[in-house]
Design a protein around this ligand. Structure first.
Ligand code: FDA
Length: 305
């Protein structure tokens, strides 16, 4: 119930205005977002890489409605990739891209062209691009664009969401050699017709999907903070004889940093998803929806002001 309310609010410009201007917001945002500027992203990346982690960077923004906005997002990624290469932070750092920020909602070909340029810039500095996955109405379009991108940029990866009923089958399609799949639970509000609704069903689907990916020949990226799923991931890595270079764990910036360090200490590859930029509203609301305890964090920030 609470999750649905917060996810509905994540699409409301009125609530966005309220949250954005509230005095306590900055402290909350700072926990989950590296900062507004490219330099903030580079600083956070350098710190994580120094600690032995890999990184994927997300320039925040989604649901772009104009070509100008979409091109500005593309240009930021091109600049970011140049700077990451020049700073020697690739291939440890790669980028994550939301196609809706590149124009997918108004022109799929336009979004593809922008994504292609980002993939070429990533190739030029020896790193990779992963396509984020948004609500289920965009899944087919995103996977079509992935197929096209992989013709020239075979290392391009994509996110699959375990809460969607179709995902086990998508995992089979994408478990061949050369493919990179980031498996997550899924963060949007989806109808029962397409998505499992209970946490138990989603977790069971995650395990089935993980089994398919870990048994396959691609490169699985297990994106979760869930202690049970991480333990199952470690078990499957032993079972399928995948050493740390043949799969990775991924978590979000600011969430369970101690667990990230523990896994690095155990010798696993751990990649942190680092969002930056000033369009943090939708991202922050999805993080709050995931965990009521984060609302307490919000509450404490309000009280301390
Ligand atoms: P779950 O939410 O069940 O949490 C399990 C445990 O993890 C909690 O009990 C708590 O201990 C800890 N935890 C989880 N979330 C927390 C939080 N916000 N704050 C503090 N502790 C928390 N989704 C999507 O739809 N499309 C996408 O492209 C992506 N991309 C993506 C990349 C990466 C690298 C990650 C890690 C996640 C995504 N997601 C995503 C988000 C994903 O779908 C999911 O919403 C979150 O990862 C939360 O799910 P968990 O698997 O962590 O489990």
């Amino acid at each position: 119930m609470l999750r649905s309310v917060i996810l509905a609010a994540s699409r409301s410009t009125q609530v966005e205005r309220l949250v954005a201007t509230a005095p306590f917001t900055r402290d909350v945002v700072r926990r989950f977002v590296a900062g507004a500027a490219t330099d903030d992203a580079l600083r956070a990346t350098r710190a994580l890489v120094t600690d032995g982690q890999a990184v994927t960077l997300d320039y925040l923004g989604e649901d772009t409605t104009t070509p100008e906005q979409a091109n500005a997002t593309r240009d930021e990624y091109l600049k970011l990739l140049r700077l990451l290469g020049a700073a020697g932070l690739t291939p440890a750092a790669e980028v994550s891209v939301k196609l809706s920020a590149l124009g997918q909602a108004f022109d799929e070909q336009f979004a593809y062209d922008n994504a292609r340029q980002i993939c070429a810039a990533a190739d030029a500095v020896g790193t990779t691009v992963t396509l984020d996955m948004e609500d289920h109405t965009t899944t087919d379009s995103t996977l079509d664009i992935l197929t096209k991108l992989r013709k020239d940029h075979p290392s391009t990866g994509a996110v699959l969401q375990a809460y969607l009923r179709r995902t086990e089958s998508d995992c089979r399609e994408l478990s061949a050699a050369g493919s990179r799949v980031r498996l997550c639970k899924g963060a949007y509000k989806e109808p029962e017709s397409v998505a499992y609704q209970s946490a138990r069903e989603v977790d069971k689907s995650y395990v089935r999907c993980m089994n398919v990916l870990m048994a396959g020949d691609g490169y699985p990226m297990l994106a979760t903070h869930d202690p049970r799923l991480i333990a199952i991931g470690e078990d499957r890595a032993r079972w399928f004889d995948r050493d740390p270079g043949r799969f990775e764990f991924q978590m979000l910036y600011g969430i369970r940093p101690e667990e990230q360090k523990r896994l690095v200490g155990e010798g696993y590859t751990v990649r942190t998803y680092v969002p930056y930029g000033d369009q943090w509203y939708g991202y922050l609301m999805r993080r709050l929806a995931e965990r009521p305890a984060n609302l307490m964090f919000f509450g404490r920030a309000v009280v301390s002001k």
